[in-house]
Design a protein around this ligand. Sequence first.
Ligand code: 7GP
Length: 828
Amino acid sequence: MAAPEVTHLPNLPNDVEGLRQSIRDAVVRVVGEDPRQATERDWMEALAFAIRERMVERRLLTRRQFADEDVKRVYYLSMEYLIGRMLEANLRNMGILEPARQAMADLGVNLDTILDLEDDAALGNGGLGRLAACILESLATQGYPGYGYGIRYEFGMFRQEFEPYHQVEHPDNWLRYGNPWEFPRSDRKYPIHFYGHVVEHHHPRGETRYTWENGEEVLAMAYDYPTAGYGRRNVNNLRLWAAKATRDFDLRYFNEGDYIRAVADKAESETISMVLYPNDATAIGKELRLKQEYFFVSASLQDILDRHLALGYNLDALPDKVAIQLNDTHPAIAVAELMRLLVDCHELSWDRAWDLARRTFAYTNHTLMPEALETWPVELMERVLPRHMGIIYQINHDFLEQVRHRYPGDNDRLARLSIIDEQNGRRVRMAHLAVVGSHRVNGVAALHTQLLQETLFEDFYNLWPERFVNVTNGVTPRLWMIQANPALTELLGQRIGNDWQYDLDRLRALEPYAHDADLQKAFLDVKRANKVRLANLVRERTGVELNPDVMFDVQIKRIHEYKRQLLKLLHVVDLYRRIRAGEDVAPRVVLFGGKAAPGYARAKGIIQVINEVADIVNHDPAVGDRLKCVFFPNYEVSSASIIIPAADVSEQISTAGFEASGTGNMKLALNGALTIGTLDGANIEIRDAVGEESIFIFGMTADEVVEHRRNGPNPEAILAQQPNLAAAVEMIESGFFTCDDPGTHGDLGRYLRHEDPFFVIADYAAYTEACERADTLYADRTAWAEAAILNVARMGYFSIDRTVRDYANQIWDIIPEPVAPSRTNGAA
Ligand code: 7GP
C-alpha cells in the first residue's frame, strides 16, 4: 500500500475565488504568459486547464469507485463522435458555469467571447456521430460505467464554403493550436498489425494454432477526453487512438542510408488517423478505411482485455463484466479481432472464445440504404488482415452448419445468410458478421427496426427473433435545450421548475398551461428573440437580412436525395413564381443547412441550385420580406444550437422508409418547432407523442412507396396534372436561376421528369398542402403557440437518457453507479 499522501487526490475548490486562482495560475504555469499581456485565447486555454484539472480529479474518483464496486462496464465503439465545442458543455456539466463566468469577469474577461473562440470537435459526419456524442454524455449523467472508443482524427469533418454557389471543401485543422481537453497517454500504446501472412502450427493432440507473421506494425496511442455527467460527480472517459510509427519502422532504409525515405515512411504509417472520411451513409471501399476500422478496433479490444485482466477478472467473466456496442458495422471487424485475441494470444479454445464473444457484442444498425452496407472484397481482406479472413471463414463455416441443420437443402437461404457474398466477386458482408457475432441487434426507431426485420435482416430475424430489439434514438436536453436555448430553459424553470433537466418526461407538467395566455406570450417572445439571434448570425455569415416576424422554415441535415431538399426547393420556386405573378402567399424564411459528401455529385448539384435560387429570390425587389431563402454555410453542432431554437417549422420530409430515425427532428420539436414530416423514422413516434394537431404529416407511407415503385412511377404524368409544379420544374431547367450556362440545370430537369428516384414529384401536392396547413395555423398566433407548447411538453420520450436506459436494460445489462459525495474528499 502506498502512503496516504501518495494516493490522496487534490480536491480543488469550485467557488469563484478558487476558480479565479486556478485560472490566473494556469495562464502563467500552463500557457506561459504574463497575465498582464494574456490574449483572449490565452485566457480560454487557462480556463480550460482549470476545468480539466477538476474533471480529471472526478474522473479518478469515478474510476476508483467503479473498481471497488466491481461494476460491469459498457464500451461504445464508434468511428465517429460529433461532439462540437467542449468548453461550455464541460463548465455546465461540472456545475461551475456561473462561478467561472464570475471568475473570468473578475479577471477582466467576458466568458461569452471566450466560448466563441473554440473550434467544434467535428469527428463525425452527421446523425450517427452526434448520437454517439449524446450517448456518452448521458452515460456520464446517469452514472453508468460507460466508455467511448474512437479515432483521434487530425482532420475532422471538412469546412464548407460556397464559391459562390457550389460547395468547396476546406480541411478542418481543429488541432492546430493544440487541444486543452485531451490527455495524451504515451504509456498506453498497442501494436497494430497489417499485411503479412499466417503460419499454421499443428499440434498432435489439440487444436491447430495460428501465428500472424511479418507484415507492418503501427502503434495506436491513447488520448483521453474526460466526459462529465450533468448534476453528478461521475466523469467517464472517451479514449481516441492516434497512429504513431514504431521505433524500428525505418531500420531497413536507415541501414541502406536512405534517411529521407525512412522518415517519409514514418509519415505514411501515421496517415491512418489523419482524416475522417466525409461520407454519410455510404460505404467507402478504400483500403485506408479498412485500416482505420481495424486500427481502432484492435487497439480498443487490446485495451479492454488489458483492463479486464488488470482488474483481476478471468476471461470467462468477460460477458459478465464487459458489454461492447458496435456503432453500425464500421467496427464489425471486432468480432474477428476478439476471436484472434482470445484464441491466438490468450490460447482459449475456439468454442469457448466464440461463446464469450457473442455474449459480449451487440450491434446497432443505422441505415437501410444499400449503398451504406459495408462489404470488403475477400482479396483485400486476405491481403490486409490475413488472419482475420481465416477467422471469418471459420465463423461462417460454423454458422452455415447451424443453418443447414435448421433448413436442410435450402441452398438459397444459405447463400443469402452467408457472411461471404459469392455473387459480387466474393465479398465479406460486415453486417452479417456483426449479426452473427452479437447477442442483440437493434434498429434506431420503431419503423426502422420493423423494416430491418422484414427486409435487410429478414432471414436472420426468422432464425433468431430474440436477437432483435428496438431502441429509439434520443437527444441530450443538456446541449439541445439548456445550452442551445437558455431563454426557453429559463421560462420552463419559472413555470415548472428544473426537474425536467434530469427527467425529460417532467416537461409534461407544462401541458395544463398550454392555453395560458401569459405563457403563450412569453413562449412567442422567446421564439422571437431566438429568431433575432439567428438573423444576426445569418447576416454575419451571408449578408442576407431576415425578418424575425415571419415563419422560419428550417431543413438542416446532410444533403441526400432521400432527405429530399429538392422537395423543399421546388416549394420555394413555386412560391417565388406565384409572388411574381401577384399571388398572395404566406411569408416565410426558408433556411437550409448541411454538407454534401465531396464525391456525391447529385448532392453537390442540389447545393448549387439552392444557392442560385436563393440569390435570385433574395435580390428580387418584387419579393421583399415575403420570401427569403438561405443556405447556411458550414452547418455544424455549434451553429445547429443557434438555428434550432429559432425554427418555427421543422422539415422532416424524407421518402418514407429511408430515414432510419432522424434526431434533428427531435431537437427541433423539443425547441418548439412544429414538424412537417412524412411517416418515416422517428417522425411516427413523434406524431404519436405530440398528437395529430401538433404535427403536419403528409405523403406516401413506406408501404405506399414500395407499391408506387412496383407500379412504375410516372413523374411526367403527374407534372401534366399539376401546373404549379410543372412551372417550378420548368423555371429551374430553363436556366432562369443560373447566370452562366443556362444548360446547367437541364440535367436536374431530366432527373426530376424521368427518374425521380425518391418521389419528389409524386409527393409534391401532398407536401404543399401540408405547408398550407402550417401557414394557416401559423397565422393564428394563439393556436400556434398552444400547439408548439404542447409539442415541447410531450417530447420527453425523446431524451437520450431514456435511450441509454433502454440500451442498459435490454442489451448491456448494466446499472448506474453514481459517485458518492463522500468519495470526493468532502468537496461540495
Ligand atoms: C443516421 C441515420 O441516417 C439517421 O436516420 C439516424 O437518426 C442516425 O443515423 C442515428 O441513428 N445514419 C448515419 O448517420 C450513417 O452514417 C450509415 O449511417 C452507417
